[in-house]
Write a protein that binds this ligand. Structure first.
Ligand code: PHE
Length: 381
């Protein structure tokens, strides 16, 4: 039998271990990771789709015995699609739950808000899908597993100019949104460099729902393509009102913010023949994409969106980094993340560069027969 002294010593050392654990879970039998997402509000499919991808990664990792012999436990927080809640939820996950790392957000504006807290608290964060350049800039603890809007805008401009062979473009974007305005700028810069012409450029306000005046003005300038780097909720309205104004689907080109089943549900017919740059489509040709597609279909009985594939990749990559880290602590996990090379993701092979961004291929998706289909694959310069 254990002597009383020995027993007390054992209890004391366990308590010390729990305190010393610092950045990891309060319970010593698992590893706590935080995820802050828009699980409700206007961008809710971004959050719920991402969560579904993360859950698949958790299930696969834990079925293989977890990481360093411990199970991964993801704590989800809903930021309701607002930047204020995003900051608060990140603070809560760090202070209350003592997570070793964070996953999130999808929208760049919220990753910028949450990333500030993560960075000053020195807890690594991996965003699966925030593409605005600013998200990782100067923030040693903020990583992304997606491309940037500079890369995406560049590829979109090349696609319109080189592949669609269109020279006159109109641009319609959300004026105060970091993602939308940044992507519009990146597109216009390359397009003009290539020798193309921007015939009209219109920034609208975030709360606007009536786009008819903009669309009529755009139409009067006779563009061959209209580049609209907004989010899906707005794009459904733009597409429906464009149809009324006599603007056809193939004229539209967009960015990754279009990726949602809600876009197809709301305006698939209006957008037939349009294109957008993206991270993924169910029929992308990479080796690990098929494996992911099969596993996702088996678990959820539907096809994954890009967001799900990205959530899956960001989570799998983070768990892999925790496994490679010298210990389960934020600083060691950050170090392991910086060393990520040639990770085989469902969204392509990726390497984390010195600015904590991902180098990987960019997909062009076409809306065809009311579905997102793979049209092309381009590397950014
Ligand atoms: N890239 C967008 C942003 O940074 C978010 C997004 C990613 C939306 C992928 C849809 C699909 O705000």
């Amino acid at each position: 039998m254990l002597s009383r002294r020995l027993f007390t010593a054992a209890v004391a050392s366990l308590a010390i271990a729990a305190v010393a654990c610092g950045g990891c879970s309060k319970k010593t039998d698992d590893i706590a990771v935080g995820a802050y997402l828009s699980l409700s509000g206007p961008d809710s499919t971004f959050g719920t789709d991402t969560r579904d991808g993360i859950e698949l990664a958790v299930e696969e990792t834990n079925a293989k015995g977890g990481v360093k012999g411990k199970k991964i436990r993801v704590i989800y927080e809903d930021d309701k699609s607002t930047t204020l809640e995003a900051s608060q939820k990140v603070r809560q996950l760090i202070d209350r739950d003592k997570v070793v790392a964070l996953l999130g957000e999808v929208a760049s504006s919220r990753s910028i808000a949450g990333g500030l807290i993560a960075n000053t608290s020195k807890v690594p964060m991996v965003t699966p899908s925030s593409t605005a350049v600013k998200v990782t800039e100067g923030r040693e603890y903020v990583f992304r597993t997606c491309f940037t809007d500079d890369q995406q805008g560049d590829v979109a401009a090349h696609f319109v100019f080189d592949k669609l062979k269109k020279k006159k473009v109109a641009v319609l974007y959300v004026a105060q949104d970091t993602y939308s305005s940044g992507l519009a700028q990146a597109f216009m810069t390359t397009f003009k460099e290539l020798g193309g012409e921007i015939v009209i450029e219109k920034g609208y306000q975030k709360s606007e729902t009536n786009f008819t005046t903009y669309l009529n003005e755009i139409k009067s300038k006779n563009p061959e393509i209209i580049f609209v780097p907004n989010y899906y909720t707005d794009m459904v309205q733009v597409a429906r009102q464009a149809k009324q104004a006599g603007i056809e689907g193939p004229m539209f080109v967009g960015g990754d913010g279009w990726d949602s089943a809600d876009l197809l549900a709301g305006a698939a017919a209006e957008l037939e023949g349009s294109h957008f740059t993206n991270h993924y489509a169910p029929d992308v040709p990479w080796p690990n994409s098929k494996k992911f597609l099969d596993a996702f279909r088996a678990k959820y009985k539907r096809d994954p969106s890009s967001l799900s594939a990205q959530g899956y990749d960001a989570a799998s990559l983070l768990f892999d980094a925790i496994g490679r880290a010298s210990e389960v602590k934020p600083e060691a996990v950050r170090q392991a993340l910086t060393e990520t090379k040639d990770f085989q993701g469902a969204t392509g092979n990726l390497t984390i560069d010195k600015n904590r961004n991902a180098n990987k291929p960019i997909v062009v998706v076409e809306i065809k027969a009311k579905k997102f289909t793979f049209a092309d694959q381009l590397m950014s310069r």
